[in-house]
Design a protein around this ligand. Structure first.
Ligand SMILES: [Cu+2]
Length: 475
């Protein structure tokens, strides 16, 4: 356990964290009673180059963030409340911003050519959105996606519940890898070999851009961990061996009833790129004791973050953890639902370049229904399927490949209803992690009009053909 202690005073705003190491006990009171301490009606983000120490003892330059020296800020907004966010691009390359999991207006979804033009250097685009759902979401560029995400631009976005659910501490944990050598220098961000298989894995696993950070939280308190898997490639397999707690939400949507948290590698919760888990843990009752968030990984399990008890005990109990209020997602009528089938697999185009949504990796390996995303010009590129507004829909997602694919649908919440391989919980989500050679049916009501991107969230798969979109008509 080589976890370093981190002081966040100078970066508290950047990380959106209050009460990390060094903050006095007095602040907890305000944090506990005012969960919306950071919620705002508007924000400005400047997408820019940054530097930070990710490998101990070395500084890495050429990161992409919205602050000079750390991860993109945690954004907090309130449910059903308009939120404006200006995005100014200070990079030489184009960008755009997507709000993963938010059911917003199509024009605000941030997908180049499908919903907006890319944002050029020194240009600003103002996003305006109102989220009907509370929960843990995230944001990232959808243009030059591979480069800008791999270089750091993945941030957590929190939509607060109407009523404070009464936890003592809120800790966003942004899980992602970086591809760096031992001196903190960049390795190739993608490889043809990786793109054609499970993706190119990072070499440094981080939480909030840090290796094994240690946070502090009130002794005996209930801590809400908002774990977001924002890596381009890695499927995290998280567990908490020392903790008592409950899983309360997956992918932004509350579980109908909280369930016990995974404590072993065997029971680990698999979070593919794009997925989130809200976990409430009860901190140890003795000051100085820690709990550990871990991930199973090839070779050995790894520490993601430590959380240490500090202060006199609050003496809370996990039995106090109740279900969060459900989000207002319409329930599909499965008897009337229209079935559409999709197969995710190899591409007939071989190694030709593919422009999948703004910026190419130089080759094409993947497809949906044998059709790789054909390029930047949407002109002449039809939707994979078109639905009437309000129509109940079942999509049959067949993965014919030996690789897992976290399939993400923009703008709509859906639920898996059956798998040919496993018992599957019918929980609302925006990203379903298809196992190798698995077929899963998902269902939803097509109640948000627009052209919604539909793609794998292993970015090398998306960018080499495993992308497309569906259309929901205005009426
Ligand atoms: Cu994939």
């Amino acid at each position: 356990m080589s976890g370093r202690c981190h002081r966040f005073f100078s970066r508290r705003e950047a990380l959106g964290l209050v009460g990390a190491t060094g903050v006095t006990a007095g602040l907890w009171g305000s944090f506990a009673s005012g969960q919306s301490a950071g919620a705002r009606a508007s924000r400005e983000l400047e997408v820019r180059l940054a530097k930070a120490s990710i490998v101990e003892g070395a500084e890495t330059e050429g990161l992409v963030s919205a602050v000079a020296d750390g991860p993109p800020p945690v954004l907090r907004l309130r449910r059903n409340t308009p939120f404006k966010i200006g995005v100014t691009n200070r990079l030489d390359d184009y960008t755009s911003m997507h709000w993963h999991g938010l059911r917003v207006d199509n024009a605000m979804d941030g997908v180049p050519y499908l919903t907006q033009f890319p944002i050029g250097k020194d240009q600003r685009f103002q996003y305006e959105m109102t989220s009907p759902d509370a929960g843990t979401f995230w944001y990232h560029p959808h243009c030059m996606t591979m480069e800008q995400m791999a270089l750091g631009f993945t941030g957590i976005l929190i939509v607060e519940e109407d009523d404070d659910p009464g936890f003592d501490f809120d800790l966003p944990i942004n899980l992602r890898d970086f591809r760096l050598d031992g001196q903190g220098r960049w390795l190739d961000l993608w490889t043809a070999r990786g793109a054609a298989r499970s993706g190119t894995f990072g070499t440094v696993i981080t939480a909030n851009w840090q290796v094994e950070p240690t946070y502090e939280a009130p002794t005996g308190g209930l801590v809400r961990l908002r774990i977001a898997a924002t890596d381009t490639t890695r499927i995290y397999r998280v567990f908490l061996p020392d903790a008592d707690g409950r899983l309360i939400a997956i992918d932004g949507h509350p579980l109908p009833a909280p369930v016990d948290i995974p404590k072993t590698e065997e029971t680990a919760l698999h979070l593919g790129p794009g997925q989130r888990a809200d976990i409430v843990v009860r901190m140890p009752l003795s000051e100085g004791q820690s709990i550990t968030l871990m991930t199973d990984a090839p070779g050995a399990a790894r520490i993601l973050a430590n959380i240490r008890s500090i202060g006199s005990t609050l003496d809370r109990s996990v039995s106090e953890v109740a279900a969060l209020p459900p989000n207002p997602v319409s329930t599909p009528d499965l008897n009337a639902a229209r079935l559409e089938e999709f197969v995710f697999g190899w591409s007939p185009e071989g190694d030709l370049p593919n422009n999948g949504l703004c910026g190419t990796l130089g080759y094409t390996f993947w497809s949906i229904n044998r059709q790789p995303w054909p390029g930047d010009a949407v002109e002449g590129t039809g939707p994979l399927a078109t639905f009437k507004l309000g129509e109940s829909v079942v999509l049959r997602l067949r993965n014919e490949s030996p690789n897992a694919h976290p399939i993400h649908l923009h703008g709509l919440a859906f639920k898996p209803i059956r798998s040919n391989k496993r018992q599957i919980a019918p929980l609302w989500t925006d990203t379903i992690l298809l196992q190798k050679e698995e077929t899963v049916d998902i269902a939803f009501v097509a109640d948000n009009p627009g052209d919604w991107a539909f793609h794998c969230h292993i970015i090398e798969h998306q960018k080499t053909g495993l992308a497309g979109y569906i259309r929901v008509l205005e009426s």
